[in-house]
Ligand binder design. Structure first.
Ligand SMILES: Cc1cc2nc3c(=O)[nH]c(=O)nc-3n(C[C@H](O)[C@H](O)[C@H](O)COP(=O)(O)OP(=O)(O)OC[C@H]3O[C@@H](n4cnc5c(N)ncnc54)[C@H](O)[C@@H]3O)c2cc1C
Length: 414
């Protein structure tokens, strides 16, 4: 209810209605079962989403997609996001892993892996994070050594959503022990049945029912045709995958926070204290004002980043990395703040399981940590900002607008 379509095309706006209808049909018991860890993964949800042709929206029609935009996908993820971060992740994983295969994979890989994930027939997962750390992605220590036409993989990946049940993993391994890290990693598709072991399934604060696991590769043999893109060429693939990874976490946060806020708005219109509806207390209604303002700002940034990604893919504009990182950073911070405010408005009952806000809060906490923590987002944002300022520019030199602009001798920097 509290969404807006101002930045969207007619097609994207229509898609929102289509996804809303699908979301309304999802049995709430699935969310409860996920939160009780009674399911390993929302398979049924994906199957139905696939039947409705809602998975992999951006991908070519020949592989089952709809050839839609990043903005369209963000709309869909915002709507799916109201169901929680877990379902949002399962939905988005098709886009994240699919991006690597669609853009860099062979025709065989597209037939064998992209089509089935869009068709809801195979489950995919991505393996970037290792026990030694997730932020330093290029420090990857999982190794792949080549013997004839086979790569032998050794290492482990941690916190892999869907790790327990995935049919295959898109993961990265070091293939050149001597090259600098940015030129030493390769992306692989590794099928579970090749011998991937699941050693730990994590008990989590939120984001449950997703089979989030630590997977181990011990001398796993992977044929050459499972290499995605160029050997030692993972950097480009990783950078590309980070667009859907971060845009979907951002859009999902907007959806999840919106759902919590809608519950809080309704509640504040019914709940009474001191003989009045609590919305009549400025202390409460101003919380609503803050939350909706920030949420609208977050959504605007998410769609701007998505549109920038569409423009970039069409050959215009700058690399969207800064905007995508800003969207992930800002939307997840706002998401956390808004769900927290929603809980505050509900008072004690918000802290119980009578309302789903407590689950939303537990889910939302993940937002600032994963898909590149928000500290890493800030690293990227500042880096891209300085990089942009270094470009030759025809723009106005604002410094010369000062009265004493010419007093170079007063501009002392050390
Ligand atoms: C539920 C869940 C699901 C996940 N799903 C997946 C998945 O499907 N696939 C996958 O590959 N990963 C997944 N992750 C991993 C997630 O992306 C990482 O946890 C995240 O990137 C942070 O890595 P880390 O936990 O190793 O923390 P670390 O990298 O050890 O960082 C610890 C802290 O130090 C900060 N820090 C690190 N470096 C810097 C720096 N240079 N400057 C400032 N601060 C810094 C971080 O921001 C963080 O606060 C998941 C994690 C969770 C919890």
């Amino acid at each position: 209810m509290l969404e807006n379509n101002v930045l969207l095309s007619e097609e994207e706006t229509k898609l929102r209605e289509e996804v809303k209808e699908f979301v309304a049909s999802i049995d709430p018991e699935l969310l409860r079962k996920m939160d009780r860890n009674e399911v390993d993964y929302p398979f049924e949800f994906l199957k139905v989403a696939a039947e409705k042709k809602l998975l992999g929206l951006r991908f070519p029609k020949e592989y089952g997609g709809r050839d839609l935009t990043w903005a369209a996908e963000s709309v869909a993820v915002e709507e799916i996001g109201v169901l929680g971060y877990g379902i949002g992740c399962a939905y988005s994983m098709v886009s994240i892993v699919g991006e690597a295969i669609n853009r860099f994979g062979s025709e065989w890989q597209k037939e064998e892996f992209l089509k089935p994930i869009i068709g809801g027939k195979k489950i995919c997962a991505e393996g970037l994070t290792e026990p030694r750390g997730g932020s330093d992605f290029f420090g990857t220590t999982t190794k792949a050594e080549k013997k004839g036409n086979i790569w032998i993989l050794n290492g482990q990946k941690r916190f892999i959503a869907g790790g327990k049940v995935a049919d295959f993993y898109l993961l990265y391994a070091r293939t050149d022990p001597n090259a600098p890290s940015h030129k030493a990693l390769t992306a692989f598709i590794v099928e579970k049945e090749m011998g991937v072991e699941v050693e730990e399934v994590y008990n989590l604060l939120g984001f449950r029912g997703m089979g989030t696991a630590r997977i181990v590769l011990k001398n796993v043999e992977v044929p050459d045709e499972y290499v995605v893109g160029e050997v030692n060429g993972a950097r480009e693939i990783f950078n590309r995958m980070m667009i859907p990874e971060r845009l979907t976490s951002a859009a999902g946060a907007v959806g999840l926070a919106r759902a919590a806020l809608e519950i809080a708005v309704k509640y504040s219109d019914k709940r009474k204290a001191f003989g009045k509806k609590i919305r009549e207390f400025q202390g409460v209604s101003f919380m609503i004002a803050d939350a909706i303002t920030k949420l609208d700002a977050a959504r605007s940034l998410v769609y701007t980043a998505a549109k920038a990604s569409d423009l970039y893919d069409a050959g215009f504009g700058n690399d969207p990395r800064r905007l995508v990182s800003e969207a992930k950073y800002f939307a997840t911070e706002v998401g956390w703040e808004v769900v927290n405010l929603a809980m505050q408005i509900l008072g004690g009952i918000g802290y119980t399981q009578v309302y789903p806000v407590e689950r939303m809060l537990r889910d939302m906490r993940l937002g600032t940590i994963w898909t590149g923590s928000n500290e890493i987002m800030k690293l990227l944002i500042q880096h891209e900002t300085y990089k942009m300022m270094g470009l030759p520019s025809k723009e106005r030199d604002y410094e010369k607008d000062a009265m004493d602009w010419y007093k170079e001798w007063e501009k002392v920097y050390e």
